[in-house]
Design a protein around this ligand. Sequence first.
Ligand SMILES: [Fe+2]
Length: 502
Amino acid sequence: MNVSDFFAERKIMIAKEALDYISSRPDPISYAEAVIEKNEGKKFLTLDDVKLETAKVDLVKRDDEDERIEAFFPVEFKPVAKDIEPRVKIFDELDVTGKSNSDGEVSDFVNYFRDRFERISDILKQRGSTVRDIETLKKRRYQEVVRVIGMVTDKRYSKNGHILLVVEDPTDQLTVLVPKSDEPLMDVASTLLHDEVIAIDGKFSRGDLFIAKDIIQPDIVQKSIKTSDEDVALAMISDTHIGSRLFLEKIFRKFIDWLNGKGPRADLAGKVKYLTIAGDLVDGIGIYPGQENELAILDIYDQYEAFERFMEEIPEYIEVFVIPGNHDAVRVADPQPAISKELIPELYSCKNFHMLGSPGYVSIHDIEVLIYHGQSIHSFVPFLSGFDYAHPERLGIEALKRRHLHPVYGEKPPIAPESRDYLVIERVPDIMHFADVHKNGYANYKGVTIVNSGTWQDITPYQIKQGHHPTPGILPVITLMNRKLNILKFKKGESIGSTSLS
Ligand SMILES: [Fe+2]
């Protein structure tokens, strides 16, 4: 028996240099027995512990000794999260699941836009200034600067290079001129999207033109960084695409093993109390032409069953929140309702699994998390210069500025005109978890941590054609006590070691 096995059998961790020291003795096993006798009850041995004679040299203890200690075989996994009670609140009122009432009638569209206008208008009104409705503004033709709130229905450049906006409130519509001489204002106006709701300060000049002096997006105010009072962590995954031939099963299994304490950074794995899964659990069926050639599992029920098999291996003390994505078997239009019980019956019977819509909104240890698959990125990128798929984290920033997850209506992906606009960001979360583009990305905007959690599927031929650069097998984990973002890489050739982005 070698010395390493001798200590492993006794479940005692030992520093590498201590092991080397013992191995260099004339009779290492007898020496090891004497070391155990001397250190009875100790589960971890340093070099000092294993030196049985009084050291004659090396009297100066190095300050960095602790950091040099390299434990090289695992001891029993004792997850701290197991002994911590979950603290979960689910904001059902912000979730469309079970409440969809849209039939696509004209009245549905009218109600939907009215609700969007009212909700964002309420946020803008908290900024103080008196707001005039457009009908009154046009009648009274105030001489001073006044504020209106409107939804952008058109934006174009005039022959002279000004920006002309058409905005609407429930009373009327108004054409607004943003003068090209006002460069800061032109910068703001150039980023405005159709159907977002803004406030405009301005006054009439000659004719019917309302000249903008300022444009105010609802945005958020700086948030203080909220932390938890217990040492728990949130892990975030998405886009597993189970059922696809390109699902990276081995790498995903490494992640599941890691959650169970097998692998490096078991200290961090043991803190994971919460897991959010932001959609595209399975690859689905008939999502795009020719997809069947890329499937390993051809039946949708079998795909979800395979997903359930993996989920069963997640420790029961972890609370899991699952939302759908555009590959899941729910309607594709936003907001998406939760994946139904029929598809994942076993997860519905697990107390620690919570199925939500997209967007879904939860509080964990008093830290609020908004989970959204993120498909609206496809209607931001074409209309916002400088926004590309390489930086998906920008979705969170742009959505927060507009207090809306999916402002552009009538483009792909579609929005279902519900009587309540569930895509308005009324509660400002502490953390936003997005997915969809299979690319990891991180940002901090005014105290909100924004995470795109990437994928566990290899790059697809479709993505190659689109010029996408997926980043499979990368796991973001936020330790909630200090709000540190740890990035763990599970792909072969990339060590599981973490990087803290803070
Ligand atoms: Fe996906």
